[in-house]
Ligand binder design. Structure first.
Ligand SMILES: NC(=O)c1ccc[n+]([C@@H]2O[C@H](COP(=O)([O-])OP(=O)(O)OC[C@H]3O[C@@H](n4cnc5c(N)ncnc54)[C@H](OP(=O)(O)O)[C@@H]3O)[C@@H](O)[C@H]2O)c1
Length: 242
């Protein structure tokens, strides 16, 4: 087994441990921000820094090892597109005036993004099999990205209407679940893993589930505690199931 496979498997094991931890301790940012987590920084600054390191970490091993053909390059392009949105467009659109995040959250995210980007860049320095499975994965990635972007757009509009507070989201997959933006993100990275068909990409999908499934459960609970008439049929993350 290669060094990259061993590191990726260990990395996935850490993701599973993190998921167990996050089910008990909700990450303290956004609606779950609370005192007691040390020094804080402006939310927007933390967000831009932590999301910008990911494409850089991906590109460094690729720059060292050289490119590896069309299919790997396409996946690198999808990664860069995703992070152009996440690191630049998303924080420009979000209404975070006055909001802060604990430094420890930003530092944890930077560490995650450096390791995740490096492993995936290292893997994409090898050629990717361009079979039918590759294109199915790219399609799944696109579907997840569409759900994620559409759901984030609904939340941006809601935030503008809610005077920097929270309202019950409506429309799109919000009619069935509390966190379709998270579901879209998870589907997106599962699609990427199907297309890339390597352990680092699989570990990113596992990490995304580990980060976002516990948070979706926490958001869902928070909606029920905060809004008396929160739609009873709505699930947290997966329509009709979870
Ligand atoms: N791949 C990963 O591991 C990973 C990890 C984390 C996030 N992400 C992605 O990053 C994006 C943002 O994540 P997040 O955890 O910040 O998502 P979130 O909690 O759903 O919040 C998204 C944005 O909408 C606002 N918002 C949420 N619900 C609202 C409501 N009911 N009314 C009014 N405004 C509302 C939030 O404000 P507040 O911030 O003030 O609550 C925030 O600006 C998502 O697309 C997510 O998929 C990915």
């Amino acid at each position: 087994m290669s060094a990259l496979s061993i590191v990726s498997l260990v990395w996935m094991g850490i993701a599973v441990g993190t998921a167990v931890l996050l089910l008990r301790v909700v990450a303290p940012y956004g609606r779950h921000a609370r005192p007691g987590w040390g020094p804080t920084i402006p939310h927007r600054v933390g967000w831009i820094v932590m999301e910008t390191v990911s494409p850089i970490a991906l590109l460094v091993p690729l720059a060292i090892a050289g490119g590896s053909g069309f299919h790997a390059a396409l996946l690198v392009g999808l990664w860069l597109l995703h992070y152009a949105n996440r690191a630049v467009i998303y924080p420009m659109r979000a209404r975070w005036a006055g909001r802060r995040m604990p430094l420890v959250v930003a530092v944890s995210a930077v560490v995650f993004n450096v390791v995740n980007g490096t492993l995936n860049g290292w893997a994409l320095a090898d050629p990717v099999d361009g079979s039918v499975r590759f294109w199915i994965g790219v399609g799944v990635f696109g579907l997840g990205a569409a759900v994620n972007l559409h759901s984030d757009r609904i939340l941006f509009r809601l935030r503008a209407r809610a005077d920097d507070g929270y309202e019950v989201p409506r429309g799109g997959l919000f009619e069935w679940i509390s966190c379709p933006n998270y579901l879209g993100e998870i589907v997106q990275w599962i699609g990427f893993a199907i297309a890339a068909w390597n352990l680092p990409a699989l570990s990113f999908a596992v990490w995304t589930i580990a980060n976002l499934a516990p948070r979706a459960v926490a958001h869902h609970r928070w909606y029920h505690e905060t809004f008396d008439r929160y739609p009873a049929h709505r699930r947290a993350l997966v329509p009709g199931i979870l």
